[in-house]
Design a protein around this ligand. Structure first.
Ligand code: NAD
Length: 363
């Protein structure tokens, strides 16, 4: 019998789900297909130790199915740790719909997606993410109660993005306190990459505090609008990584801190809303630490949105949402202190705290 050496890529082809590098003991992965509406979606349920898996639905024109699967695996895992570190009784889940949200999203498609969510009997609760609006969640609500982020008129907490932005701002200020000795952002140069729902509000908050803001986006109309409204400087080249700024706020898509960008980074702090900012959590987390860049873990500081949608489930009012979101400041400072004490990356420190909460519940 001849023994052949199997290449890692071959194994991935043979075992695309359980053998996927982003697979991390996920509990359930649901592939949803409907030829009538054109729906092709994947729901990832990573872990339900602390409660039902809650996480938004992203609609994106992925290059291929493997990218969509990879995204839902990474994003759903991130939600487990995000809820755990924020102290919410929720598990981690996420969904992706493959397609262009601008041209392929229809009410019928959203309703059909909602039926798939409903079939999981509340084990997964959806919300909005990139490519989704509050209105889309209202449509999903027509066919299932297992949805959050619905409009205030329909009894929901409304668009979570302003609260997400406020939490990121809290995390950014805590990082500034750690790195510069003061959390005052007056005069700081801040690059906001992606000025959509969350990014624009961050521009608003830091501008009010006197920061000099540089903005980058693929959407030229939005760039002009935000620049005019807040006096922010537009950086036209999408390659923003070498810009000499104090703070880099990634608020577009994930994995922008990768082998191609990390060596160019001049920012002293990274604090933004995007999920999964580190392409490789271990390697790039370590490189940031070695470069002396203070990285505020994404899943910790962008938790305002989930706090907001959690409020819909448990009936918190606006004051409690604000209080819990402001607490991101203290948790971020704790993470920097712990990482320094244990000589580990901030990402690892945040994961350790989240994992200890999961372990405590299991035992
Ligand atoms: P959004 O779609 O409203 O905004 C994203 C913006 O990024 C858009 O303006 C888009 O044109 C821009 N963009 C895309 N590719 C880009 C590129 N290569 N360079 C520069 N800009 C680019 O999304 P959002 O709701 O503002 O969310 C932003 C990020 O924060 C996402 O990664 C999302 O997963 C994450 N997040 C959002 C929330 C929330 O409450 N909305 C909560 C947690 C995490």
């Amino acid at each position: 019998m001849t023994s052949e050496i199997i290449d890692a890529n071959d194994i991935k082809c043979i075992s695309p789900v359980f053998g996927n590098l982003s697979f991390d003991n996920h509990e359930q992965i649901v592939f949803c297909n409907d030829s009538e509406t054109g729906l092709k979606a994947i729901i990832g349920i990573h872990n339900t130790t602390l409660g039902p898996a809650l996480g938004g639905t992203r609609m994106w024109q992925y290059d291929n199915e493997a990218d969509a699967l990879n995204d839902v695996l990474r994003l759903s895992r991130g939600m487990t740790f995000k809820s755990a570190i924020t102290g919410l009784n929720l598990g981690g889940g996420k969904a992706v719909i493959i397609g262009d949200a601008k041209t392929q999203k229809t009410d019928a498609l959203m309703r059909r997606f909602g039926e798939f969510v409903h079939s999981l009997n509340g084990k997964y609760i959806t919300a909005e993410d990139v490519g989704m609006e509050t209105r889309d969640m209202d449509i999903v609500r027509e066919v299932t109660p297992h949805v959050t982020g619905i409009s205030e008129e329909k009894g929901g907490a409304g668009n979570p993005s302003p609260i997400t932005a406020y939490g990121v701002y809290m995390g950014m200020k805590a990082a500034a306190k750690y790195k510069f000795g003061s959390d005052n952002l007056d005069g700081k140069k801040i690059l906001v990459q992606g000025i959509g729902h969350v990014g624009e509000t961050i521009v608003d908050l830091v501008t009010k505090e006197g920061a000099q803001v540089i903005i980058s986006d693929i959407n030229k109309v939005q760039l002009e609008k935000v620049s005019k409204k807040y006096g922010a400087t537009i950086h036209h080249d999408l390659d923003v990584y070498g810009l000499d700024v104090d703070i880099y706020a990634p608020c577009a898509l994930g994995a922008t801190i990768n082998d191609n960008t990390i060596h160019n980074l001049k920012a002293k702090i990274i604090a933004g809303a995007a999920n999964n900012q580190l392409h490789d959590e271990i390697k790039h987390g370590r490189l940031l630490k070695d470069k002396g860049i203070a990285y505020a873990p994404d899943f910790l500081i962008n938790a305002g949105g989930i706090i907001n949608v959690y409020a819909e489930l448990v009936g918190y009012g606006k004051e409690e949402i604000k209080r819990k979101t402001e607490n991101i400041y203290n948790t971020t400072l704790d993470i920097f202190t712990l990482a320094e004490k244990d000589n580990i990356t901030t990402h690892r420190a945040a994961l350790n705290i989240a994992q200890s909460r999961l372990d405590a519940k299991k035992n």
